[in-house]
Design a protein around this ligand. Structure first.
Ligand SMILES: [Cu+2]
Length: 511
């Protein structure tokens, strides 16, 4: 009897052991599958069969007061991205993205924004120096069917800016469906430089966005990112084109790169690792071109690059795995190891001559840290900044008009974050206590926070005091922003106290 009992126990034990082994096997297989699928690599796999769409320049007119007037209508659309069917989208004056607005320094502009999407929205002028009430943040909501007509004077250097919705809690979704566009500023100093400047010919907007599609071609809004960043797509759109190529007819071409993605950071370079000239960053041209083979852009950042081409050659703009400040597991599942073929440049058999990129571009005044009236700390952690999440009724601090401030930004978690400040262009003073790299030497409004240590920036708040209407500072990973990783500051006159933001959470204040 005893012998039969132990045999039974042995059988039970063996059974349990096999089940455990099987579970371990399944676990390892699933783990390996998830781990392997965590990396996207489209090198050599993209068919560049579609001519790159170039957003049209927005029509404008000069009104009786000499102001340049634009009309933008946010509207629903349908678009077939060639992914197996068509999908519902949103766009400005079209079905996806919007026209490129363009204005010169010194001009007064008016933009009539009509909300035709049936949901509250707003339109923020990313990188623009303008009064807070015109900024298009979450306090300037436009009700469905309503029109909002901000106006301001363009008063900053030539730059590649952009516009996108900024409704609190819904920015990620609205941008993902297609609401974004470029806003190019011109000025005299830049017009005098020998840089490619013919829009759509040798001066090309390159709006890069990653998207996911369902098998029947619809935009997949499911949030499957394991890394906590929101949607990371496996298909790239450039100006809304999948698999794009650009016909190049000149020896040099200027690409205005905009990372218009919700969460993904890119490290742009060319497949043959050729060097190119970085000539501009978020807020304008650099003092002198920076010769490099890579330019990393987190969501919201821009770079202007000039690349040389030889007759009849083809070269692919690629995004290499970006070091975005998150290691191992977190890095892999937030796109840190992904590689994408982005856009194929196809040179014509004979190319029109183009001058060399000038050695000197524009003077860039360095802001002096000794002139700073304040140093503030911003600790980024989870979805909070300094332990607080966004409250539309709370003004976090007031900056005195005319003052210069140093902001010290620290990342305290293992998630990628970028930091965007409204109202001003800033300069990076140091990264991890060291001099910033050349690509961070110019004017910036958004910066990847890739270090655990600190990133110091400096800005001057020269204009537009308004004690009640705040500007935003926030993470530009759109899901983080929507989840509350945002705060508000006001600019006040010397001695003035901050007031109260408009009530009703800023919704539906306009006719
Ligand atoms: Cu973030």
């Amino acid at each position: 009897m005893a012998g039969g009992g132990s045999r039974r126990w042995l059988r039970v034990l063996l059974g349990v052991f096999s089940v455990v082994l099987l579970l371990c096997g399944i676990g390892t297989a699933v783990g390996t599958w998830v781990w392997t699928r965590g990396v996207i690599d489209t090198r050599g796999e993209v068919d560049f069969v579609n001519r790159l769409a170039v957003p049209p320049l927005a029509q404008s007119r000069i009104d009786g007061q000499g102001r340049r007037v634009f009309d933008l209508r946010a509207q629903p659309g349908q678009r077939d991205f060639g992914q197996g069917g068509s999908t519902a989208t949103w766009g400005f004056n079209g079905d996806y993205l919007g026209p490129t607005l363009r204005a010169r320094r010194g001009e007064q502009v008016v933009v009539n924004v009509v909300n035709g999407i049936g949901r509250p929205t707003s339109v923020h002028w990313h990188g623009m120096h303008l009064p807070a009430v015109m900024d298009g943040g979450p306090h300037q909501m436009v009700r469905p069917g309503a029109t909002w007509s901000p106006q301001w004077k363009i008063d900053q250097p030539a730059a590649t800016l952009w516009y996108h919705p900024h409704p609190h809690g819904e920015t990620a979704e609205q941008v993902y469906r297609g609401l974004s566009g470029m806003f190019i500023l011109d000025d005299e100093p830049s017009a005098g430089l020998a840089l490619p400047r013919r829009y759509g010919v040798d001066d090309i907007p390159v709006i890069v966005q990653d998207r996911k599609f369902t098998s029947d071609g619809r935009l997949d809004e499911g949030n499957s990112s394991l890394g906590g960043t929101g949607i990371l797509g496996d298909t790239l759109l450039v100006n809304g084109t999948v698999g794009p190529y650009l016909d190049v007819s000149t020896e040099r071409v200027r690409l205005r790169l905009l990372n218009g993605s919700n969460a993904r950071t890119y490290d742009f370079g060319f497949a043959d690792n050729r060097a190119f000239d970085l000539v501009g960053t978020d807020g304008g041209l650099l003092e002198r071109p920076h010769r490099t083979g890579r330019i990393r852009l987190s969501p919201g950042e821009r770079a202007e690059v000039v690349v040389s081409m030889r007759p009849a050659e083809r070269v692919v703009l690629r995004s290499y795995p970006p070091n975005h400040g998150v290691e191992f597991f977190g890095g892999r599942f937030t796109g840190g190891e992904d590689t994408f073929d982005v856009l194929e440049l196809r040179a014509a058999g004979s190319l029109a001559a183009a001058p060399e990129v000038p050695d000197r571009l524009v003077p860039v005044e360095r802001l002096d840290p000794a002139s700073a009236a304040q140093t503030r700390r911003f600790r980024l952690n989870g979805r909070e900044i300094n332990g607080r999440d966004m409250d539309l009724d709370r003004i976090d601090f007031a900056v005195t008009r005319g003052s210069t401030e140093i902001w010290d930004i620290e990342k305290q978690d293992a998630t990628p974050h970028s930091f965007h400040v409204h109202d001003v262009q800033f300069q990076v003073l140091s990264v991890d206590g060291r001099e910033p790299p050349p690509e961070l030497a110019g004017w910036k409004d958004t910066v990847l926070v890739s270090t655990v240590d600190s990133l110091r920036i400096i800005a001057r708040f020269a204009d537009y005091a308004d004690p009640n209407m705040p500007y935003m500072f926030h993470c530009h990973l759109l899901q983080h922003e929507d989840q509350g990783m945002m705060g508000q500051f006001v600019v006040v006159e010397p001695g003035q106290r901050p007031g109260r933001p408009p009530g009703g959470h800023g919704h539906a204040q306009h006719r």
